[in-house]
Design a protein around this ligand. Structure first.
Ligand SMILES: [Ca+2]
Ligand SMILES: [Ca+2]
Ligand SMILES: [Ca+2]
Ligand SMILES: [Ca+2]
Length: 442
């Protein structure tokens, strides 16, 4: 005898899966069972459900069926979210309702489904008929890809960020999300694959900044996604890019002036004394405002040394170290504009650097001789051997035996070098091996 099943729902036909016969359907002795739009759900989970078995020329025909046993005809997937409870869902008989998200909803491909379901509800709802005896009022969950973020924030050599990706409905075929990163950000996956099994389990992508050696400040990166699938509902989906903000760990070189009143423009408490400077011979050596225009380099005032045969007077500034931070490798650069007309004009400039715990200063100096006009002179650049400094002192020692010597626009520049950082896993290239040049003995 032949059997035809049209839009029928079976649920919970839990059978002994080791028994050849006695599954949901068995076709024997030339009988043909035709199944269209049929749902066989909630059968035994273990083993291979023997939902469609045949012997002696028994035959199955059909299409658009949901079943766990691919011996059944026209299987398009394993039924999901079919209510195992045979319940009063209106209509003359009890029915197994399709629950929200069931892959039976709107899954019939064809136009010849029955005009009503078992309850008398008109079909289709939501654009296509549901499989089985029950037409869900749900319009179905439309296919889609949910990306948890549109923006991420990462740091070179620092923070990573993550986002998740998940599908909104069960696909009929694998869905692949291809991930493309760029020169500034790296994603830890090139693609994600969602199957009809794991489509509702979010997958996490971790993004890190590419730690380059470029000084860029805060900059941007972009992660793009391309969706591909044999499921047409997914193949047409496009996703927005993820915008990344990348913080940089390169730091530009910077400079700061350490001297105060290097132009001698600010007066001290006593007449003739420049503030922040110590003058050893204040009766002869002083700040003059305004001097003759030729004895001024900048501003309105300059400092004048009055020479004599025994002159070894000093002009000193102890740098106020508060609010300054030093590190090994930082540079100190002294420059001064000097004018001394007399043939004996001579001044020694010395930079003293005292490291904490060491009473003996480290120093650099320069002796400047006659300059008919204001001329800039710079001391050799001093590089700090460490950043733990107790005192920095700049001293001008006047050594002219006659005439005056003018000083203006003195500066002591602290240069903090640029920081270039790359601490990625590749590391630095290793040094080439050394060879002695002899074959077989290198
Ligand atoms: Ca970068
Ligand atoms: Ca950088
Ligand atoms: Ca000045
Ligand atoms: Ca870097």
């Amino acid at each position: 005898m032949d059997v035809k099943l049209n839009f029928t729902t079976f649920s919970g036909h839990d059978v002994d899966t080791t028994t050849h016969e006695g599954g949901t359907f068995h076709a024997q002795d030339g009988a043909t069972i035709t199944m269209v739009g049929t749902v066989i759900a909630n059968n035994g989970a273990a083993g291979t459900p023997m939902e469609c078995t045949s012997a002696n020329g028994g035959l199955f025909l059909g299409n658009n069926n949901l079943a766990a046993d691919t011996n059944c005809p026209g299987v398009i997937g394993v039924a999901t979210f079919v209510d195992p409870v045979l319940a009063d869902n209106d209509g003359l008989t009890l029915t197994h309702a399709l629950l929200e998200g069931s892959n039976a909803i709107n899954s019939y491909i064809g136009i010849d489904c029955p005009p009503t379901d078992q309850r008398g509800v008109a079909r289709p709802i939501g654009g296509a008929c549901d499989l089985g005896a029950y037409e869900s009022s749900s319009l179905g969950i439309s296919s889609g890809v949910t990306v948890s973020k549109t923006a991420i924030s990462v740091g070179e050599g620092g923070a990573t960020d993550t986002y998740t990706v998940v599908l909104t409905s069960q696909p009929t075929s694998d869905v692949t999300i291809t991930i493309t990163d760029d020169a500034q950000c790296a994603a830890n996956a090139e693609s994600l694959t969602f199957t009809s099994e794991n489509w509702n389990m979010a997958q996490t992508v971790t993004v890190s900044a590419v730690d380059d050696v470029n000084l860029e400040g805060e900059h941007a990166c972009t992660i793009t996604h391309v969706v591909s699938s044999a499921d047409e509902n997914y193949a047409s989906i496009t996703l927005a890019n993820i915008s990344g903000t990348v913080s940089d760990d390169e730091v530009a070189s910077s400079t700061e002036e350490l001297l105060d009143n290097g132009g001698f423009e600010v007066a001290g408490i006593s007449a003739g004394l420049p503030t922040n400077w110590t003058v050893q011979n204040p009766s002869g050596d002083k700040r003059v405002c305004p001097p003759n225009i030729n004895n001024l380099y900048g501003g309105l005032c300059a400092f004048k040394f009055t020479g004599s045969t025994t002159d070894a007077s000093k002009l000193t500034q102890n740098v106020d170290l508060t609010a300054h931070t030093f590190s090994a490798g930082d540079a100190l650069t002294v420059s001064a504009y000097v004018k001394g007309n007399n043939p004996t004009a001579k001044i020694k400039v010395t930079l003293f650097v005292y490291y904490t715990g060491n009473a003996t200063p480290s120093k650099t100096n320069l002796t400047i001789r006659r300059n008919a006009t204001f001329t800039q002179h710079s001391l050799p650049v001093y590089t700090l051997s460490n950043g733990d400094i107790s005192q920095i002192k700049l001293v001008f020692t006047h050594q002219s035996s006659a005439g005056t010597l003018w000083l203006d626009d003195v500066s002591l520049i602290h240069t903090i070098p640029a920081i270039v950082s790359r601490d990625d896993a590749m590391g630095l290239p290793t040094a080439p091996e050394t060879h002695d040049g002899f074959r077989d003995n290198n």
